[in-house]
Design a protein around this ligand. Structure first.
Ligand code: ZN
Length: 288
């Protein structure tokens, strides 16, 4: 028995069906309201979740705005070209070792947040987000899933001109504009998910399906990524990994995001995010 964890106005909440229960209240003070604190206590979350009943309901999900389930990760990794077909569509070589970059934690927003476009070359990338529970160093591939507290849906929004402005290209900034990391709707504990290595992911823009794949096609799978990263940097509770996007990005089709576009991103067994794009002022370019 696991749990589904949401962030409602900065407070952790357990989700059951279409209801939520405030975690601090339900735990009688065993846990505070901070969603980051909750991530360190998966066993307690499962126990509290099992004890939910009609009397513990705080409210309806339909009546609230969800924030990012992991609002302040210490580290936010992302993986480029981690699906073979996506590497091919970009005319890139299939990587022999993980292509890792950073999405600064400041870009992380909730599952219904607006995405601010600051050029006409912005792109969607639907992705599975992995959230570290128990931290560690030099984690083996065999032990890696034990360090994952849960999974959620994410978008690795990318400003392609900024991503490729410098030579050689440097991904971090072009993928870290404010609002470029929608995540949610809820964090789902791994034991709630039927087949953790084979999750159906779909990304649509204005209802048109652009990406449709399964995480079974990841080149470097979740245990490999967790293990690899942990051999370089100590992982801590709440660190997140954007695991890479499947084939079908806008850049490969000349279909960039525009003002008013609505991106929907779904992973079966986890949920759906809906994010509207808003075209704001251009950012000030240097040397362009
Ligand atoms: Zn990506």
């Amino acid at each position: 028995m696991g749990f589904r964890l949401a962030n409602i106005a900065g407070r952790a909440a357990l989700v059951a069906g279409d209801h939520y229960t405030d975690l601090a209240t339900h735990s009688s003070g065993l846990l505070g309201p901070d969603p980051m604190e909750a991530l360190a206590r998966p066993d307690l979350l499962a126990e509290l979740s099992a004890g939910l009943d009609d009397s513990s309901v705080t409210g309806l999900l339909a009546d609230v705005v969800l924030g990012p389930p992991v609002p302040r990760p210490q580290k936010s990794f992302a993986i480029g070209l981690n699906y073979r077909a996506h590497a091919v569509e970009g005319g890139m070589e299939v990587p022999k070792s993980p292509l890792v970059f950073t999405k600064f934690p400041s870009c992380i927003v909730g599952p219904t947040a607006d995405v601010e476009l600051r050029s006409d070359g912005c792109d969607y990338e639907g992705e599975l987000l992995v959230v570290i529970g128990k931290g560690g160093k030099d984690i083996s591939i065999a032990d890696a899933w034990d360090h994952v507290v849960g999974l959620t849906v994410s978008q690795d929004i990318s400003d392609r001109p900024a991503q490729f402005a410098a030579k050689p290209p440097h991904f971090d900034l072009g993928k870290s504009f404010d609002t470029f990391g929608p995540t949610g709707p809820v964090l789902v504990s791994v034991d709630e998910i039927a087949d953790r290595d084979n999750l159906h992911i779909v990304c649509a823009v204005n209802g048109e399906v652009r990406q449709d794949d399964t995480t079974a096609n990841l080149i470097f799978d979740v245990p490999t990524l967790v293990s690899y990263l942990s051999h370089i940097t100590t992982l801590v509770t709440g660190d997140v990994i954007f695991t890479g996007t499947p084939e079908g990005i806008g850049a490969a089709q000349g279909k960039y995001l525009a003002d008013g576009d609505v991106i929907t991103t779904t992973i079966d067994g986890i949920g759906t995010m809906t994010n509207r794009c808003v075209r704001v002022s251009d950012y000030a370019k240097v040397g362009a």
